[in-house]
Design a protein around this ligand. Structure first.
Ligand SMILES: NC(=O)c1ccc[n+]([C@@H]2O[C@H](COP(=O)([O-])OP(=O)(O)OC[C@H]3O[C@@H](n4cnc5c(N)ncnc54)[C@H](O)[C@@H]3O)[C@@H](O)[C@H]2O)c1
Length: 315
C-alpha cells in the first residue's frame, strides 16, 4: 500500500508527484498509479465549525439569543444516546443553545407529536432533530414530517426531500451536505463529471445523487439489484459509496484519479471500516476519504450549519 498524503482544508493540497490536482481533462487520460490524496474530514469539519461559530456569535449580537437546536431521543438505544450527546457538545462548543428531550421508549405517537408541536411553536428553537431510528411502534418518517420545514435541520422530512427534488431552497440532509463539501474541497470540477453513487437510501444515497445532479454532474445510482456495480464505478470521476457493505468497492473498480467518498461506517473485528477497500483504493484514486475521519465528522458540522441557516431565516 502506498502512503497517502493528507488534504487539509484552506491549504493547497499536498499532492504527490504524478497525481496533481484533478481536472476533467486530466481524468480523461489514466494517470500513472500513485497514492491518493487523503481528504481530511476532521480538519475540514473543524474549520467549518470555527466559521459557523463566528456566525453564531454574530447572530447572538444581533438577536440577543443563541441559535437553538432541540434534540429528541426516544428510548435508550446506546448508539443514539451517544449521537445526541455529541450533538449537544457540538452546540455548546459552537455558540448554540441546545435543548435535549428524552422520551421513554414506549411513548405514544400523540405524546411525541405533542412535544414536536411545542418545539415548532417555541421561538427559542430554530432547529429540531428527532434522533432516528425511532422505536418500532413509531414511524420515523411521520415524526420527521411533523417538524416544521423551517426547523427541519436534519433535512429528512418529506417536505425537505420534496424541496430538494424540485431544486427549491430548503434545508438539505446533513451527511449528503458533508459529502458535497468534501468533494468541493478537492477542487475537482463537478459540473459535467461522471458521478456514481452506490446506495439509494433516503438518508444518504438519494439526496447525494440529487445534490450531484444539482451541481450538474451526470449521475448513475446503484443498488443491491444493479447488475454490474463495478462497471458503473469504473466510469466515475466522482464515486460516492454508501451501502453498508464493508470493503465492497475494490481498487480495480476505481477509475484512476477519481474522487472517492466513502460514507460507510461498519464495525468489524478489525475496527471501523468503510464500504471501500481502502488499502487497494488509495493506490488508484486521486482523492479519498478515510474511515474514520472522513465523512463522519462533517455530519455534525453540517447540522450546526443548517441550524444557523434556520435561525437566520426565522429571524
Ligand atoms: N458517515 C456518516 O455520517 C454516515 C451517515 C449515515 C450512514 N452512514 C453509513 O453509510 C452506510 C450506508 O447507510 P445507509 O443508511 O445509506 O444504508 P441503507 O442500509 O439504508 O441502504 C443501503 C443501500 O445500499 C445498497 N446496497 C446494499 N448492498 C449493495 C451491494 N452489494 N451493491 C450495491 N448496492 C448495495 C442498497 O440497495 C441500499 O440502496 C452505512 O455503513 C452507514 O453506517 C454513515
Amino acid at each position: 500500500m502506498a502512503t497517502a498524503t493528507v488534504k487539509s482544508p484552506t491549504r493547497a493540497p499536498d499532492v504527490p508527484e504524478g497525481v496533481g490536482v484533478l481536472t476533467l481533462s486530466s481524468l480523461a487520460t489514466p494517470t500513472p498509479l500513485a497514492a491518493a490524496t487523503l481528504i481530511d474530514g476532521k480538519a475540514l469539519a473543524a474549520s467549518e465549525r470555527a466559521a459557523i461559530k463566528q456566525g453564531a456569535i454574530r447572530f447572538l449580537a444581533q438577536h440577543g439569543r443563541k441559535p437553538g437546536l432541540a434534540t429528541i431521543l426516544i428510548g435508550d438505544d446506546p448508539a443514539s444516546a451517544v449521537y445526541v450527546g455529541s450533538k449537544a457538545r457540538a452546540c455548546a462548543e459552537g455558540g448554540f443553545e441546545s435543548f435535549g428531550y428524552v422520551l421513554p421508549g414506549d411513548v405514544s405517537r400523540e405524546e411525541a407529536f405533542d412535544l414536536i408541536d411545542r418545539l415548532n411553536d417555541d421561538p427559542a428553537v430554530d432547529g429540531i432533530l428527532c434522533q432516528l431510528p425511532a422505536p418500532p411502534h413509531l414511524d420515523g418518517t411521520e415524526l420527521a414530517a411533523r417538524v416544521l420545514p423551517a426547523k427541519d435541520v436534519d433535512g429528512l422530512s418529506p417536505s425537505s426531500a420534496g424541496l430538494l427534488a424540485l431544486g427549491l431552497n430548503g434545508l438539505r440532509p446533513c451527511t449528503p451536505m458533508g459529502v458535497m463539501r468534501l468533494i468541493e474541497e478537492t477542487g475537482v470540477e463537478i459540473r459535467g463529471a461522471e458521478a456514481t453513487v452506490v446506495g439509494t437510501s433516503n438518508l444518504v444515497g438519494k439526496p447525494v445523487a440529487r445534490l450531484l445532479q444539482e451541481a450538474e454532474a451526470t449521475v448513475t445510482q446503484c443498488h443491491v439489484h444493479t447488475i454490474d456495480v463495478a462497471a458503473a464505478c469504473r466510469r466515475a470521476d466522482i464515486l460516492v459509496v454508501a451501502c453498508g457493505v464493508p470493503g465492497l468497492v475494490r481498487g480495480s473498480w476505481i477509475k484512476p484519479g477519481a474522487v472517492v467518498i466513502d460514507v460507510g461506517i461498519n464495525r468489524t473485528e478489525n475496527g471501523l471500516v468503510g464500504d471501500v477497500a481502502f488499502d487497494e483504493a488509495v493506490d488508484v484514486a486521486g482523492f479519498i476519504t478515510p474511515v474514520p475521519g472522513g465523512v463522519g465528522p462533517m455530519t455534525i458540522a453540517m447540522l450546526l450549519k443548517n441550524t444557523l441557516k434556520a435561525a437566520w431565516s426565522r429571524a
